[in-house]
Write a protein that binds this ligand. Structure first.
Ligand code: ADP
Ligand code: MG
Length: 476
């Protein structure tokens, strides 16, 4: 019997905003605990939440991009439970009326299109965090009240590849819209990964296992593959009843998932609508305003690169995969670089440099878009040759100085003085009467030899194209 895996994801992402979602404290990152905190974030009695409109707009924008239905009002609900990182005793979330429902996105997985259905997306607040030391636990309220978007898919993904491709797609949207940085190092993303298996031809879904709080794409992939294997083994050995509805966690050290609690321990959150936040009307003016400000997303930039700049699909995909790379490319083009040249330099040499070290972004390397544009211009204007360009590129990284400075320092500048080139050519012609004769008798490759001689005399500084043209002229 063949089995099919079914996966549903709950993807939490911390949003970028100036202040927290219900308080005036800064929404930022601090290594020092309890720096970015207001009394509300600590659950002080008498404090009242004030809804952050910036977060509301970004949440609606995301719901729009995911083709979700958007409700008439923005409302929040209390999810009641006790945990030391939740000082109020409840989390403000959207349970009854999420900002987006019934969405869908199309992704491409291994060359094929796949439709992913979005159950809903909702705006909520993050909890504080706990630092567990060897015999105590400390509470850090910096994260308390940080805006979170939680995106819940239908159980419609069928492999780790599909799940990761989907998450990469969502991450790109967050980055291109500036809704979130999705920075794993700052703990900005977390996913609950639901996995089940079912008979290939059955219509009924199998019993799902939920793996909570997996915090990197790499661990999500491993979690899915581990659970599929574990559940398949149980099923194949006739122990299907041992796949029970339960919550597990991913343990990176052992590379396995570990039981946390069973469905019987499920908490009843006693949701009710938050009375202290008046519901917020989502007007058609607000929707129009948000819609017209949605920036160009990765797939739209990709189309533009192919249609307007004549780049190949492959190159366009490489450029848009990461927003910083795409921005770098766009900046070169806006500084006047030919898109094809800029693309060639970026997809080969620039990205090779970026990929040399882990965790390096295109923003970290010495060569900025304006330096690359300067280098491209030097070549276009025939001030240096293509080969010299490659040398300049390497020297820029080694010596951390600009292309012009390198060209000056190493005297690479092509000779622009045509009198000088003319006299060099005349010298070469005088010294090579035999070669000229051969050329005139049909040995056309002698021309390259003569160009070579001019280049040698100029110590590489003549423009080979110009030298060739002038030689041809004189050989007529
Ligand atoms: P719960 O009632 O346990 O919260 P939901 O039906 O609300 O479960 O779904 C929560 C998540 O689990 C969703 O992302 C959904 O896609 C996923 N899910 C639901 N059923 C399954 C299943 N049989 N296999 C895999 N994922 C599932
Ligand atoms: Mg939630």
């Amino acid at each position: 019997m063949a089995y099919k895996a079914v996966i549903g994801l709950e993807f939490h992402c911390e949003m970028k905003s100036h202040t927290k979602v219900f308080s005036g404290a800064i929404n930022g990152f601090s290594k020092k605990p309890n720096q970015l905190v207001s009394p509300l974030d600590m659950g002080f009695p008498g404090t009242l939440p004030v809804l952050n409109k910036e977060c509301v707009k970004k949440a609606i924008e995301m719901a729009m991009i995911l083709n979700c239905k958007i409700p008439e009002y923005m409302e929040f609900d209390r999810k009641n439970y006790f945990y030391p990182d939740l000082p109020k005793g409840y989390q403000l979330t959207q349970f009854f009326n999420p900002v987006g429902t019934n969405g869908k996105v199309i992704i491409e997985v291994n060359g094929e299109e796949k439709e992913v259905l979005i159950h809903d997306i909702h705006l909520e607040e993050d909890s504080a965090s706990l630092d567990h030391l060897y015999d105590t636990s400390n509470i850090d309220y910096n994260r308390s009240g940080v805006p979170l978007l939680e995106l819940v898919t239908e159980p419609c993904l069928n492999s780790a590849d599909e799940a990761i491709e989907f998450l990469e797609h969502i991450k790109r949207i967050y980055e291109y819209t500036d809704i979130s940085e999705c920075d794993t190092k700052k703990g900005q993303i977390r996913a609950d990964v639901n996995v089940s298996i079912m008979d290939e031809d059955s219509k009924e879904l199998g019993t799902k296992v939920e793996v909570k709080n997996v915090n990197s794409f790499d661990s999500i992939r491993k979690t899915i593959n581990y659970e599929i294997e574990r559940q398949t083994k149980l099923k194949e050995s006739g122990h299907y009843d041992e796949v029970v509805q339960e919550t597990r966690r991913w343990d990176d050290e052992s590379g396995t998932t570990i039981h946390m609690r069973s469905k019987a321990d499920a908490i009843d959150y006693k949701y009710f609508t938050e009375p202290n936040i008046p519901r917020y009307k989502i007007t058609s003016e607000l929707l129009d305003d948000i819609r017209k400000n949605i920036p160009m997303l990765a797939h739209e930039r990709k189309e533009k690169y192919i249609n307007e700049y004549n780049l190949s699909l492959y190159d366009a995909k490489v450029l848009v995969k990461n927003k910083d790379v795409s921005d770098y490319f766009e900046e070169c083009v806006s500084l006047g670089s030919d898109p094809k040249s800029a693309c060639n330099w970026i997809t080969t040499r620039v990205l090779a440099e970026v990929n040399k070290k882990d965790d390096t972004s295109i923003k970290d390397i010495f060569i900025t878009p304006s330096m690359l544009a300067e280098l491209i211009k030097l070549i276009e204007d025939k001030k240096i040759t293509n080969n010299q360009g490659k040398e300049v590129f390497s020297k820029m990284l080694e010596e951390e100085i600009t292309p012009l400075e390198i060209v000056k320092k190493y005297g690479m500048e092509v000779i622009e003085d045509s009198n000088l080139i003319n006299s060099l050519i005349d010298e070469v012609l005088n010294e090579n009467t035999k070669a000229i004769e051969d050329y005139k008798n049909g040995r056309t490759n002698m021309l390259d030899y003569l160009v070579g001689q001019v280049m040698r005399k100029s110590r590489g500084k003549a423009n080979p194209v110009e030298a060739k043209e002038k030689l041809l002229e004189k050989l007529k």
